[in-house]
Design a protein around this ligand. Structure first.
Ligand SMILES: *Cc1c(COP(=O)(O)O)cnc(C)c1O
Length: 395
């Protein structure tokens, strides 16, 4: 069996995004022990970098070992106990997974449901909070990658805060791509992923917990049912057991993956997080103008659209799969299919992290235009690149 040589793709789906060569190079550095003092010093830097990306001073800010789903589960299993009630907003695939998590904690989810492609209705959330005064938490997805919708996170957190309940926020696709203010908005528990706008390899999930949430975890009635995700145990490795006590082994950290995360967070810091948000916005606008110049339509209303995940409606008479297949075969370009209620109806074009550049926008527009024209779709040709260029290079 020869070594595996993956093809060189351009990743413009819902994640993973393109991983920068600097991150891949960092991951190829020598593996050292997970308690080596040099490694421990790097862990402290990763925590510091994550605090600055999340815009928080939260002590309990670490990358958990596992993909975004493990970050999600870490938040739920540590905060939710049997018998609790959690208000869960669902307007796409990932809100549904939050519901699953609540149920598996033997707690009761109170669902606030909105259509796929639409934002979370704040009035419905307000009503649910009023109707469930004993609720422990409000859980919602900040950037719903299955649809491309942004939640009004600041307002949602304010409502929860005013009612004295915790917030659990999915920021897997938002961190690094759009504004998040963990301290400014009063978020209690947040989880993200390494492979979306941070453009690291998949497999790590940054999480952060407020002082309030940390107290709730420490004061639990019963042990967290998951040994692996029990933060009381995980923290004995990530911060020692307090009073300068040495760190102890919990599980072997994914050493080289953490080098990669360190590098991607360093790159984010070098760019400046506000500049990263502005870059994601600009490239979204260029892609949008190009798609609209072709005559294609965006699924999500402008005011609640994510710049890093663009759901574009598949034009009438065009089949989904053959187009994506041709993009991959002819251009090495991966775009995402629709999920759930949107399967066959939209393509999801990611402009995340290292995949948010002028090159990605222009390749995608040119490749899509040629592929759709060849498929006989009724689109306007010869306009898209000029429209995108105006955004990308004007001034
Ligand atoms: C990708 C994603 C997840 C899951 O992350 P994995 O790394 O695939 O486990 C969770 N929530 C949202 C919003 C996502 O986009």
């Amino acid at each position: 069996m020869p070594s595996f040589q993956p093809p060189l793709r351009v990743l413009m789906g819902p994640g993973p995004s393109d991983v920068h060569p600097r991150v891949l190079a960092a991951m190829a550095r020598p593996t050292i022990g997970h308690l080596d003092p040099a490694f421990v010093a790097m862990m402290e830097e990763v925590k510091q970098l994550l605090r600055s990306a999340f815009r928080t001073r939260n002590q309990l800010t670490i990358p958990v070992s596992g993909p975004g789903s493990v970050g999600m589960e870490t938040c739920f299993v540590n905060l939710v106990e049997p018998g609790d009630t959690v208000i869960v907003c669902q307007n796409g695939a990932f809100g549904g997974r939050m519901k699953e998590n609540v149920e598996r904690c033997v707690a009761t989810p109170v669902m606030v449901i909105d259509d796929w492609g639409k934002g979370i209705d704040l009035d419905k959330v307000r009503d649910a909070i009023a109707a469930n005064p004993g609720a422990k938490a409000l859980a919602f997805v900040h950037a719903e990658t299955s649809t491309g919708v942004r939640a009004e996170a600041e307002q949602l957190c304010k409502m929860a805060r005013d009612a004295g309940i915790l917030t659990i926020v999915d920021a897997v696709t938002s961190l690094g791509g759009i504004a998040i203010e963990v301290d400014g908005w009063g978020i209690d528990a947040i989880y993200s992923g390494s492979q979306k706008c941070l453009s690291c390899t998949p497999g790590l999930s940054p999480v952060s917990f407020s002082e309030r949430a940390t107290e709730v975890i420490k004061g639990r009635n019963r042990k967290v049912q998951s040994w692996f995700m029990d933060l009381n145990l995980v923290m004995s490795y990530w911060q020692g057991s307090g009073g300068g006590a040495p760190r102890s082994y919990h599980h072997t950290a994914p050493i080289n993956a953490l080098y990669g995360l360190h590098e991607s967070l360093t790159m984010l810091q070098e760019e400046g997080i506000e500049n990263a948000w502005a870059r994601h916005r600009k490239h979204h606008e260029a892609l949008r103008d190009g798609l609209e110049a072709m005559g294609l339509k965006m699924l999500v209303a402008e005011h609640e659209r994510l710049p890093q995940l663009n759901s574009v409606v598949i034009p009438d008479g065009v089949e989904d799969a053959p187009v994506r297949k041709a993009l991959l075969a002819n251009y090495n370009l991966e775009v995402g299919a629709g999920l759930g209620a949107l399967a066959g109806k939209v393509w999801r074009i990611g402009l995340m992290g290292t995949s948010s550049t002028p090159n990605h926008v222009t390749l995608c527009l040119a490749a899509l235009e040629a592929t759709l024209a060849a498929a006989g779709a009724k689109i306007r040709t010869g306009k898209a690149l000029a429209a995108a260029n105006k955004v990308l290079f004007a001034g």
